[in-house]
Every structure is written in structure tokens, then in C-alpha cells.
Design a protein around this ligand. Structure first.
Ligand code: NDP
Length: 310
């Protein structure tokens, strides 16, 4: 039976940063990439806000860089999914989709989160061609342009006010006659002059061939339909952390995000199990913050192994 010092689940910025640190510390990490190696950056065009890339970098290319760096220090990267865990301990067990069981002294969780999508015509086809689920990542490409964003929670409120600083006009599409967002965020939305809130409104189709040229919206009360002439369409209806396999083992909040044993740390109530990246972060959700927490998790895992004398 295979027994490893450090097993990393997930291959986004958090997983790769954890791998680089763990490998350089001599932990010989084994990484299971999961279904989308590279994580959410694989569906991002240019990343211009990751420090160290003065000219920006295409998302998939950046993840290739992360991978190369992890391989340089001999991370054992396996393109398989982990489907089950047993954290009874002291040595933890994980099972791959192929049914293999691996034992690990430490497990670093970096399974990330997935943006929720609407499933309307044009949305999938025009991803990276004007459709985005991250205003902070992609808003800059629409400076001085007219864009629409859908959602009524804190993310939509925050991202719409962020976009309003960059774009000419922002149309916020809220499906009910009220927002779910906190009061203070709603006030910010309503006090932003170039942010137009469309209440009781749902997008029905994203229009465009090589790029977004508009979005067809419908008023849910009057059934009136019209086309907003936007070049960017942002979806901010929430994320789903990829944490279902840890249910029953680790604490999760009401939205499913993993909760560390102490705020700002990576260790959990299970000794030897550490959390990092978007699987435990619903506030910042940036590649650079995910990489930062991946680094923290690897440092914590290393210290744990030293204390245990492994
Ligand atoms: P939420 O689940 O809170 O909100 C999702 C929003 O999207 C809701 O308004 C919902 O509408 C709307 N929505 C869902 N599905 C559709 C659909 N198919 N069509 C149109 N609209 C849809 O997600 P958030 O990402 O906004 O927030 C997640 C958590 O993170 C929250 O706890 C939030 O407070 C927190 N957060 C905190 C921040 C901060 O403190 N700075 C920043 C960002 C998030 P409806 O209301 O009708 O259900």
C-alpha cells in the first residue's frame, strides 16, 4: 500500500503553490489534479493582476508555468480525481476514482470553487469572448464600455460597483424586486450614478458572434423584453466550493466553504489536514490569495510532520 508524507488535492494556484513549497521542503508531495487541472484560471483569458507578470499572462499558460515549477522540484502529479476520504487518522486515507487507496500523513485540500452559470443561450459559447464570472479579473478589458452583470448578492453588489469605476455604464440585472446583498453594499450600488439597476429582470440570451454585442433581458413582471447593447456580460450568482467529499469530516459553513480551526490559519480540527484556496475563501477568491494560502498550508504541513517526527 502506498503511503506518502504529503498529498495535495487540487491543481489550481493553491495546489501548485503548496506543491512547490512542500517539494522544496523535501516532503515529496503527490498531487491529484481533479477534473479541471489548473482550476478556474483555465477559463480566464489574460491575467494582469498576478504580481511578477508585468505583461500579463494567459490563464492556461500561467497554470502551465505553475505546473512546470512544481515539476521542477519533482512533485508527483497525477491526473486523477479523489472521490472519497477517511480522516479517522492518525494516517489519512484517500481513494482515487480508479479505486486506489493512498495513505497520507498530511493532506492539503486545494479543491477550489466553481462559478455558477445561468445556462442561457450564448453564455457558454461566448465565455472569454465577453462573458466572464470574475469582474476583478476581466473588468479592465471593458473600460469605458457598457456592460451588464447579473446577481443580487454581495458578490454582484461588489463587482458591479467595481465595474462602475472602470466602465461607462453598468446594468445590474436583479431577478427579484429586492437584493439579497447586505444593506451597506446595496446603498453603494444605489448611490453609484453610472450603475443602472434593472429590478425583476432576467437575462435570456447573450448575443454575439466573435464577441458579446448585447444581452436580451426580460422583465419578469411585465414580460417586456429588450436588448441591452453591452460588450461585456458578467455572471455573479454565486460560487460552489468543491468540498462535498469532505462533508462529515471537516467543518463547512452554510455555503459549503471549509472552515479552518482558527481564522487566518490552514489547520483544521483533524490533525494533519489543511485547507487552502477558494475551497475555504468566499471573500477574496483571487489567484494570488489562493497561492498564498497554498504556501501557508504547505508550511503548516511541514511543521506538523516535524512535530510528529515523520
Ligand atoms: P449569494 O448566494 O449570496 O447570492 C447569489 C445571488 O444571485 C442572489 O441574489 C440570487 O438571487 C442570484 N441568482 C442566483 N441564481 C440566479 C439566476 N439563475 N438568475 C438570476 N439571479 C440569480 O452569492 P454571492 O456570491 O453574492 O455571495 C456568497 C457569500 O459570500 C455570501 O454569504 C456573501 O455575503 C459573501 N460575500 C461577502 C463579501 C464581502 O463581505 N465583501 C463579498 C462577496 C461575497 P435571489 O436573491 O433571488 O436568490
Amino acid at each position: 500500500m502506498e503511503k506518502v508524507k504529503c498529498l495535495i488535492i487540487g491543481a489550481g494556484p493553491a495546489g501548485y503553490a503548496a506543491a512547490i513549497y512542500a517539494a522544496r521542503a523535501g516532503l515529496h508531495p503527490v498531487m491529484y489534479t481533479g477534473p479541471q487541472p489548473g482550476g478556474q484560471l483555465m477559463i480566464t483569458n489574460d491575467v494582469e493582476n498576478y504580481p511578477g507578470y508585468p505583461d500579463g499572462r494567459n490563464g492556461p499558460d500561467m497554470m502551465e508555468d505553475f505546473k512546470k515549477q512544481a515539476l521542477r522540484f519533482e512533485t508527483d502529479i497525477r491526473n486523477e480525481m479523489i472521490t472519497r476520504v477517511d480522516f479517522t487518522g492518525p494516517v489519512h486515507k484517500v481513494w482515487t476514482e480508479g479505486g486506489n487507496m493512498v495513505e497520507a500523513h498530511t493532506v492539503i485540500i486545494a479543491t477550489g470553487a466553481s462559478a455558477k452559470w445561468l445556462g442561457i443561450p450564448g453564455e457558454d459559447r461566448l465565455q472569454n469572448l465577453g462573458v466572464s464570472a470574475c469582474a476583478v479579473c476581466d473588468g479592465f478589458f471593458f473600460r469605458k464600455q457598457e456592460v451588464a452583470i447579473v446577481g443580487g448578492g454581495d458578490t454582484a453588489a461588489e463587482e458591479s460597483t467595481y465595474l462602475a469605476k472602470i466602465c461607462k455604464t453598468v446594468h445590474l440585472l436583479v431577478r427579484r424586486d429586492e437584493m439579497r446583498a447586505s444593506k451597506i453594499m446595496q446603498e453603494r450600488v444605489l448611490n453609484t450614478p453610472n450603475l443602472v439597476v434593472h429590478w425583476n429582470t432576467s437575462p435570456e440570451e447573450v448575443i454575439g458572434v466573435d464577441g458579446v454585442t448585447g444581452v436580451r433581458i426580460r422583465n419578469n413582471k411585465t414580460q417586456e423584453s429588450l436588448i441591452l447593447p453591452v460588450t461585456g456580460f458578467f455572471v455573479a450568482i454565486g460560487h460552489k466550493p468543491n468540498t462535498d467529499i469532505f462533508d462529515g469530516w471537516l467543518d463547512r459553513d452554510e455555503s459549503g466553504y471549509l472552515v479552518a480551526a482558527q481564522p487566518g490559519r490552514t489547520f483544521t480540527k483533524i490533525p494533519g489536514v489543511f485547507v487552502s484556496g477558494d475551497a475555504q475563501d468566499k471573500i477574496y477568491r483571487q489567484a494570488v490569495t489562493a497561492a498564498g494560502t497554498g504556501c501557508m498550508a504547505a508550511l503548516d504541513a511541514e511543521r506538523y510532520l516535524v512535530e510528529k517526527g515523520v
